[in-house]
Design a protein around this ligand. Structure first.
Ligand SMILES: [Zn+2]
Length: 409
């Protein structure tokens, strides 16, 4: 982490913890009651628009204490968390159903309902959990609130930490990122790299889930729902699909940002908002759904990796990036499969290369033309799926998360 500070980043550090066997059932019991109470509180908050602490307290405090048997402090944390969840759900223009907590959990206020001492976490109510492993790089920064959840049968404590944002360097060039259904093309006028998307791989599991679903369904009732083994298998396939996309977005974004950092480039990506919106209007297909998910997660992960690593990020207008001549701005003509040609200056390149060069050009313009415009050499010789020397991936060594768990900036 560099010394300069441009505000703070909120990270989530995950710790595997293990409770003392004698208290395990008691703790699980509390976490289950908390989950039920939280789901009730979310519904009540949404239905009554009770987004203030006072209003939520009036509607929920006694119910949470009496019906769900939550201790006073836990009941307060519970409606507080419900308000936060309801707010972010209400702010989401594409919100689906009201969110529900699925796994047993509990919210913990730092210093009051939990504290970390040596290699133990102590939780209000006399629980002591041994810490099995965590990311020690952020030990120097103060801990914030935490959440204890049961994930795949394991207890995980997610502690929020506020760490200073690294200062962004002054870019010596631009690394442009172009996405399409099959590839992510990364490059500029000097280099080009390709990464395959995970859409096909993820789709495989979507199909497996669907086949099972069809096999055990009848027009009258969904038999598969009634068979636990099959239902679990279907859920597993759906989860696997999402995990594949998430892992892919994480890894590719890391490689892109590491490459940019090594050459002191700024990362330039297109603003995909409109593309995603137009994809949403297509018939609901698994493939389309997975493309949308991939684009969104990749955007979010790239932005996050840039913030975390002090890499400048530029978001450019995506209009006509793959159909305009990067040399003379003339509209290009198609010249075979995914090939484009300029009738005015003779420039010829693959559609993805055209997009990369235009994104680079637009980003350089936005940076104030401090660098010379690309000379756009003909790039047909690309390195497939290779990103220079191998970069060590943080996965497994870090527990940083982006998404719901990363709040504020
Ligand atoms: Zn041209």
């Amino acid at each position: 982490m560099s010394l300069g500070c441009e505000g703070l980043l909120t990270l989530t550090i995950k710790m595997r913890v293990s409770p003392e066997p004698a208290l395990f059932e008691k703790l699980m019991n509390l976490m289950r009651r908390y989950r039920e109470g939280l789901n009730r509180a979310i519904r009540v908050v949404v239905e009554n628009k009770a987004l203030s602490l006072g209003k939520a307290h009036k509607l929920l405090y006694n119910v949470l204490k009496e019906r769900y048997n939550l201790p006073s402090k836990v009941a307060q944390d519970c409606y507080r968390e419900a308000i936060a969840i309801a707010k972010s759900w209400l702010n989401n223009p594409n919100r689906g159903r009201v969110p529900r907590a699925k796994t047993p959990r509990i919210w913990l206020t730092h210093g009051y309902s939990y504290r970390v001492k040596d290699s133990y976490v102590e939780i209000l109510g006399g629980f002591r959990l041994r810490i099995i492993g965590w990311d020690k790089r952020y030990d120097a920064y103060p801990s914030g609130d935490a959440r204890l959840i049961l994930k795949d049968g394991k207890l995980v404590l997610e502690v929020s930490k506020r760490v200073p944002k690294p200062v962004k360097y002054v870019a010596r060039g631009v690394l442009a990122v172009d996405v399409n259904e099959k590839h992510i093309v990364v490059g500029n006028s000097k280099t080009e790299h390709r990464f395959e998307t995970a859409v096909e791989k993820a789709l495989h599991y979507k199909h497996l889930a669907e086949e099972l679903q069809k096999k055990y369904s009848s027009p009258k009732y969904n038999a598969w729902l009634r068979r636990r083994g099959i239902r679990d298998r279907i859920r597993y396939f759906h989860k696997k699909t999402r995990n594949i996309v998430e892992d892919w977005a994480k890894k590719v974004s890391y490689k892109i940002v590491a490459l940019a950092k090594r050459h002191q480039y700024a990362v330039a990506r297109e603003d995909l908002t409109n593309l995603i919106e137009s994809l949403r209007e297509l018939p609901k297909q698994h493939r389309v759904g997975l493309i949308i998910l991939s684009y969104r997660r990749l955007e979010q992960w790239i932005d996050w990796q840039c913030e975390k690593n002090g890499v400048p990020l530029i978001v450019v207008d995506p209009k006509n990036t793959s159909t305009t001549c990067p040399r003379c701005n003339t509209k290009l003509n198609e010249n075979g499969y995914r090939k484009m040609k300029c009738s005015r200056c003779g420039f010829e390149a693959n559609r993805d290369t055209v997009a990369v060069l235009n994104i680079e050009k637009r980003a350089l313009e936005m940076m104030g033309g401090s660098l010379t415009t690309p000379t756009a050499p003909q790039m047909t010789d690309v390195t497939p799926n290779r990103c220079g020397e191998p970069v060590s991936h943080p996965e497994g060594t870090t527990a940083l998360q982006y998404g719901e768990e990363v709040r504020g900036k």
